[in-house]
Each structure stands twice: as C-alpha cells, then as structure tokens.
Design a protein around this ligand. Structure first.
Ligand SMILES: [Zn+2]
Length: 314
C-alpha cells in the first residue's frame, strides 16, 4: 500500500505522520516549531520526514502550513505566527528530503482530512469551520478543495459581519472571528462580568474574582454549573456562529458543515443552538434542505491526514 507523509506546521508545534491510503496514521511524531528562522523550520520538517521514512517506501510529502499559500501550492506568502515571508517552502523541503512535496494552507488540509476520512465522508460539497482562538476554514466543492484564484480563498474568519465592529488581528473591523471564536466567547464573558458581576458570580469565583483574568476553560466550567453570564456568552457565540453559517450557505449551498477546533470540545453547550439558529435564519428556509451541522471527527490529526492525502493527488 502506498504511503505518504503529512506534516502539520503550526505556530508552536510540528506534527508529522506516515499515512496510508485509508487515512490511517501508521506512525507519527511531534516537534516544537522553531518560530524564528525559516531555515530551521525547513530543517525540522526534513528531520521529521527522514525519521519517519526509515525502512519505508514513501511516495510524497504534504505540508499543511499556517499561512497564506500561493496558487501553485509551493510558496508561503505570509504567516501571521511564523517567520515566513515569500517562503519557497516546497522547493526548500523537497531539496532537503529528495521527495515530491505539496504545500497547502493548514485549514484547507484539515478540511480535506475531514472531507475524505472524517465527519464529511461521502459529502461532495462541504464547509469546514475551525473555531479556536480565531476562525479558520476550508471549502470542498464538487469533491475538490476550493482555493480561489490565488490560493487565498476560504479565509472564513475574516468575513465582515459587523460594519465598524470590533478590531480584528487582520487590521479590519467587525470580522466574524471577533464574534464567533473562542476569543470572542472570552471577551463577551469578561464584558458581562464587568457590567453585571452578580450575574457572573460562579464565573468570577472560578476565575479568581477579576473579569479581565477570565479564561476560556473557566467560561466552559461556569456554563456547566449554570452561571448565567457564561451561558449568555455561549449563547451569543452560537448566534454569531449560526449567522456566519447562514451567509456561507447563501453563497455556497453545502451539504454539510463540519465544525472543529478547540471550542468544539465544549460543543454540548452550543451546538443545538447553532442548529436551531441556522434553521431560523437561513435564506429560503422552509423551501430547501437544511445543511447538516456536524462536529469534526479527526481532532488534531485532521490537518496531517489531509496534507498526506493531498500529497497523493499532486
Ligand atoms: Zn479579520
């Protein structure tokens, strides 16, 4: 059976694995990302590939990179959390390991992993939304990953949902990820606790008493204990999340949405409301099938598995 290697390169760690044709990880390893030097990042990837290749026939390598990847899938134009600027990653790693290499945006690789082997199996049209500190995403249309003209498509978190809204890390105002991400959840909880401490009694007790020190896992904990402020923060996040899904459905009409990322670990606190608000707000509701809203199944290995499979289809 032909094997490929998938490598997921994030801001803090590099996860690499040997993957078979059925999306099974045969062996994998983790390394810290050397964030300062592109040369060291390439060398870390190459070392991981060499180690995983020992005693095996490897066909190709797929890299999922946290950054803007060009349409030829070879150059990382820019990475917010790494030192990559116009980085020829494909050539650099290919020269080091002597194998064919494909570079893909990490959220795209994750979407492909879920579409092929995870929650989106069998769906030809799907949108994967990763809700973590921000919002990432990937779009599969007619069974193929949709990248856009210049490889910059599917930056779902930066749709503007509120004109003149909250400042986003990208420099614009009112981006979706400022309202429907883990960071947005925390910001909302802090704001409620600040304005109405009595409503956030449990949350403030858990987090040590100061609204500005409230963290994401504490909002989850407080919500599970019924804290009204924490529940309101989850509810606000769910409404915004559903609104964004409605907009995406208006444009793309996918068969399903796959929701992943850190916030999905607390999905029992918000998934029902997202489904309900999606059905309530979707344009054309009542006269069209509702896209299924599912939770991701592959967890942290989706990107690695997706990148490995994309390497097979170079
Ligand atoms: Zn933005």
């Amino acid at each position: 059976m032909a094997l490929t290697i998938g490598v997921d390169i994030g801001g803090t760690k590099v996860a690499a694995g040997v993957v078979d044709e059925d999306g099974r990880i045969v062996e994998h390893l983790l390394r810290p990302t050397p964030a300062t030097s592109p040369e060291q990042v390439a060398e870390t990837i190459a070392e991981a590939v060499r180690e995983l290749s020992k005693g095996r026939e490897i066909e190709a390598v797929g890299l999922g990179a946290a950054g803007f990847v060009d349409e030829t899938r070879s150059v990382v134009r820019f990475a917010p959390n790494l030192a990559w600027r116009e980085e020829p990653l494909q050539k650099k790693v290919s020269d080091l390991v002597g194998l064919p290499v494909v570079v893909e945006n990490d959220a795209n690789a994750m979407a492909w992993g879920e579409a092929k082997f995870g929650a989106g199996r069998g769906e030809s049209h799907l949108v994967c939304v990763t809700v973590g500190t921000g919002i990432g995403g990937g779009v599969v249309l007619d069974g193929a990953l949709y990248r856009g003209r210049w490889g910059m498509g599917a930056e779902l978190g930066h749709m503007q949902v509120v004109p003149e809204g909250r400042l986003c890390g990208c420099g614009n105002l009112g981006c979706w990820e400022q309202y429907a991400s883990g960071n947005a959840l925390v910001a909302e909880a802090r704001a409620i606790a600040e304005a109405d401490p009595a409503r956030a009694a449990v949350l403030l007790k858990i987090s040590g008493g100061t609204p500005e020190h409230i963290e994401g896992h504490e909002v989850t904990e407080a919500a599970k204990q019924g804290d009204p402020a924490a529940l309101a923060a989850f509810s606000a996040m769910a409404e915004w999340l559903a609104q964004g899904l409605c907009d995406l459905a208006a444009v793309l009409d996918p068969g399903c949405f796959v929701l992943g990322g850190g916030v999905s670990r607390a999905a029992d606190l918000w998934i029902d409301q997202v489904r309900e608000a999606f059905a309530r707000n979707l344009t054309g509701r009542g006269h069209r099938p509702l896209a299924d809203i599912r939770l991701a199944e592959l967890g942290a290995s989706a990107g690695l598995v997706g990148a490995a499979d994309l390497a097979r289809r170079r």
